[in-house]
Design a protein around this ligand. Sequence first.
Ligand SMILES: *Cc1c(COP(=O)(O)O)cnc(C)c1O
Length: 390
Amino acid sequence: MTGEHEEIPFGRPWITDADKAAVARVMESPILAHGPEGRGFEDAFTRYTGGGHSVALSSCTAALHLSYMQAGIGPGDEVLVPAQTHVATAHAVELVGAKPIFVDCDAQTGNVTAKALDEAITSKTRALSLVHFLGLPCDMPAIMGVATENDLMVVEDCALALGARVDGVHVGLWGDTGCFSFYPVKHITTGDGGMLISKHEEVAAAVGRLRAFQVDRNYDERALPGMYDVPGLGLNYRMSEMQAALGTSQLQRMEENLARRAENHARLRAGLEKIPGVRVLHDDDPKKVDSHYALSMVIDDAQDGFRDAVVRKLNQKGIGTSIYYPHPVPRMAYYRNKYGYDASAYPGAECVSDCGIALPVGVHVGLADMDRIVMAATASMEEARAEVPA
Ligand SMILES: *Cc1c(COP(=O)(O)O)cnc(C)c1O
């Protein structure tokens, strides 16, 4: 929790003495890459999610990229991609030469719906990807129904959703792959880093080979030191031993991590929903466990510039904010220039991008901070109205 007059940052990694000791222990060992710490983190991750197979990687982007690479998806194929997500979700599709087909989100949750995905399927569609927006799980039973009916691979971008479950099943274990990020402000961090999980043993094994040049043997499997062969192309997308040790240590605190986020989120949401003109992205389906990465307050029906004015007022009052995400992906220059952009196709994503303000609920903030944010938001809305009539 921060002091009364201190700035409340949007995000701050939670690093304890135990985390530092875990990293320092690895530094005493001669093995700094692809060793026991990496395998230990993968095992701990599998225990935490409750099933499947885990492969530690250098980032979530690597996990997304390898999801398509291992499936042989490429030129001529289409992949459905949420319009409202991090650009990495789409870049992974472009990186294998396939074409992303953007699907709008529901403006109440930020998530794609089974219906919108179903309507975007063509004869070229090979896979669908989705993002559990700000930790709120998508409607996985319905989406898996659409995927099964159309024989499509499912890639879940779980970068903001560690700890999120639907019907008790952790996100990432519904689809064919689940991709997690350990970038500093995500639920847990390894500096940079990621994890791919899969309920299919052969998918995890293929990703395990692709992350290390596709060499056919690890150093501990080689009859002669340094001797291996390479049956195919691969990358170096490995996680270091220092990172894996940090990840394992961080994972021990997930229960507290999620509990504090849930408590902060509930307090902040209740306060913000009392402000006229403000709503909060949510989905109260009791079958879904939200991992509360951040809270998005949405100011609908505002004039151009109103949201930005509120952001500036909040920042002046010491409240750290972010925008998830700054543009619908198809509006970002690379995609706009390549495929053109029709705003009318993405009203939900435009609304979440252009009228939303992401606020912190992580373990670095507490209930008193939530009350400060509500007061600051109330005042900021009024001040912005005086400047930019809503
Ligand atoms: C942060 C993020 C990513 C990228 O994760 P990296 O580990 O930095 O590659 C991908 N998707 C979503 C939804 C994210 O928020």
